[in-house]
Design a binder for this molecule. Structure first.
Ligand code: GRF
Length: 190
């Protein structure tokens, strides 16, 4: 028996800061993690996260052109034998055609307790509705926005003193904690 698991070739899609990407790169370097991050793709060539990935010696690709973003990305995914895509703060909606053509799993992290608050401004909506809890969810990506099977979720309490910024900060912390766990859980159960 092999001592360490065979890691899945993984691509991470980002649009900006890339703090989740950083947590995934950190996780991928652990001997017993189930992913190897080979490629980082962005629809924003200026994304901060791309610089970090480049510094970590990971292949990067940035393309802001809507028309050929998906086709060029599909070619790279094939070239690098990617088995899994993790969307991490990726603000573009992937087409059904892309999901079908890639044909392997795509996961996403969403800053709400799905099925609550699909789409944008999740924290604002949770505060406005006086919810007691907010949180983050990792789910499988399907053609329907933020609607695929939830793999892992974690809650945080919304305090009376919380505002959008403080809540975002709290939720981001648990995002960094649960995305790596969710990926390994998902791959273990494949
Ligand atoms: C995260 O809150 C993620 O859940 C949301 O966008 C934010 C991206 O943050 N979709 P980062 O780029 O990973 O720092």
């Amino acid at each position: 028996m092999e001592k360490y698991p065979c890691k899945k070739n993984t691509a991470v899609f980002i649009s900006g800061r890339g703090s989740n990407l950083k947590s995934l790169i950190k996780h991928s370097k652990k001997k017993n993690s189930l992913i190897k991050i080979i490629l980082v793709i962005s629809n924003n060539p200026d994304a901060e996260g791309l610089k970090y990935a480049f510094g970590s010696k990971i292949k990067i690709y940035g393309n802001k052109h809507k028309s050929n973003f998906e086709n060029k990305s599909l070619k790279l995914l094939k070239k690098y034998n990617i088995d899994l895509i993790c969307l991490a703060g990726f603000m573009k909606i992937l087409s059904g055609n892309f999901i079908k053509k890639f044909s392997k799993p795509i996961l996403n992290i969403h800053p709400s307790l799905l099925p609550k608050y699909k789409g944008l401004n999740t924290h604002e909506r949770a505060i406005k509705n006086k919810d007691r809890f907010a949180g983050a969810s990792i789910h499988k990506v399907t053609e329907k926005l933020d609607s695929g099977k939830v793999i892992l979720q974690k809650k945080v309490k919304i305090l009376k003193t919380d505002n959008v910024r403080s809540l975002e900060k709290k939720v981001l912390k648990i995002e960094h904690e649960i995305y790596p766990k969710a990926i390994d859980k998902f791959l273990t159960n494949l």
